[in-house]
Design a binder for this molecule. Structure first.
Ligand code: GUN
Ligand code: ZN
Length: 429
């Protein structure tokens, strides 16, 4: 098979950086070479040390190459609700998001939008996504079909929702189970695809549907589970009203066996000590969605507190409550959310988080999130001089930290020179 040798400055993290001085947590190679064959990284070394005489050479110098970004929570059918005017989460869902998602009953629309969605992710440097589809099986079919065609790593699932939403957006406990089951059989583990069992949240799933989700979770321990937890006060109050026997919001999911190591809990903002303890015990993964939490006014995610309790937090865009597809912009807003709480998001930790850190949260660190030999060849090439304002800032940069922080604070899709998925360039010019 053809080999490709990519020359660039290379950066890859080996573990979570502990302090701003923790330069042992990553490998940075000034004149690096990445050898790729069959979608797999075969060598990661100094360029001069790689012996591949027949390889096709792509020279990305002076740009910075790192593992592709991983977005652990976003919604495929919400691309066209970004920037909808709403007071808070429940209004936003009822007034814009639910009506928009009813359109995804149309397989043709789904197929067209799946290509747009994956192009959009590639344009922003995202190579792996964990996405909510709509309630319609057709939306999952379309997304998996398109991801398979591109050999992209993608986790998605049919949203299960059988109440408190418009008619065109409801399944039943039984049909939610049956459709999910059929989709798992058809898609889970095929190519680089994985299925996520996806009860939307407690408000839109009846107890009968939660039982169906529980059955799916028990029958498919290797499927991810994704749902929303403790995003805003009105949502929490309504959830607890609908499940009066539960001790709190987290306990609703616990009672239906939905908390475990591969469960991703979007938002997880307003948690009690008891809830944090329960999540830590289960090893479930809270997902920080900064642009969405600021945009909808939901609240401030307490990263330090959750980490101190032993939790591994993921980070994500949450399109379309989130306002940018860019994981760089997500870091920029995440930095500000943490600043407001006296916490700091150092660029080493930030870039670890959107690459290897999110891979760890997904249990996929042996496959994606680093440039390690034998892992999948998903990576992004970045230019910290991409805009006049960035170039001006970079003229005063003195270190890798300065460059990374410029990308973290000022970067977006303009800073993405190229995105490689399974070794192939995917960003459109
Ligand atoms: N809670 C339930 N559904 C959603 C959704 O689509 N977006 C957000 N941000 N929160 C939710
Ligand atoms: Zn969400």
């Amino acid at each position: 098979m053809t080999q490709t040798l990519i020359r660039a400055r290379l950066l890859s993290f080996d573990r979570d950086p502990q302090t701003p001085d923790d330069t042992d947590s990553f490998r940075y190679i000034e004149d690096g070479g990445l050898l790729v064959e069959d979608g797999i990284i075969r060598a990661f070394d100094a360029y001069a040390r790689i012996n591949a005489p027949n390889a096709q050479i792509i020279d990305h110098r002076p740009h910075l190459l790192m593992p592709g970004f991983i977005d652990t929570h976003l919604h495929f059918p919400q691309m066209q609700v970004i920037a909808s005017w709403a007071a808070e989460l429940l209004d936003w869902l009822n007034d814009y998001t639910f009506p928009e998602e009813t359109r995804y009953s149309d397989p043709e629309l789904c197929a067209r939008m799946a290509a747009v969605f994956l192009d959009m992710l590639a344009a922003h440097g995202t190579t792996t996504a964990v996405a909510y589809a709509s309630v319609h099986a057709a939306s999952v079919e379309a997304l998996f079909t398109e991801a398979l065609r591109r050999n992209m790593r993608l986790i998605t699932g049919k949203v299960m929702m059988d109440r408190n939403a418009p008619d065109g957006l409801l399944d039943t406990a039984q049909s939610g189970y049956d459709d999910s089951k059929a989709l798992i059989a058809r898609w889970h583990g095929r190519g680089r695809l994985g299925y996520a069992i996806t009860p939307r949240f407690a408000i839109t799933s009846s107890p009968a549907q939660m039982e169906a989700a529980q059955a799916l979770a028990q029958e498919h321990p290797d499927c991810h589970i994704q749902t929303h937890l403790s995003e805003n006060h009105a949502e929490i109050a309504l959830s607890c009203e609908l499940y009066p026997d539960a001790a709190d919001y987290t306990d609703i999911y616990a009672r239906y066996g939905l908390l475990r190591g591969n469960a991703l809990l979007g938002h997880a903002i307003h948690l009690s000590e008891r809830e944090i303890g329960a999540l830590a015990e289960a090893g479930a993964k809270p997902v920080f969605c900064p642009t969405s939490n600021l945009y909808l006014g939901s609240g401030l995610f307490d990263d330090a507190k959750l980490r101190k309790a032993g939790l591994v937090n993921a980070i994500a865009t949450d399109i379309g409550g989130g306002t940018s597809y860019s994981m760089l912009q997500t870091l920029a807003e995440g930095y500000k959310v943490l600043q407001l709480q006296g916490q700091r998001l150092h660029p080493y930790r930030a870039f670890h988080w959107i690459t290897r850190g999110n891979a760890v949260a997904l249990g996929l660190e042996g496959r994606i999130g680093t440039l390690d030999v034998g892992t999948e060849a998903d990576f992004v090439v970045l230019n910290a001089h991409a805009t006049p304002a960035m170039a001006l800032r970079m003229a005063r940069a003195r270190s890798l930290v300065d460059e990374l922080f410029t990308l973290q604070v000022m970067g977006d899709d303009r800073a993405v020179v190229q995105t490689y998925v399974a070794g192939l360039a995917r960003k459109k010019g």
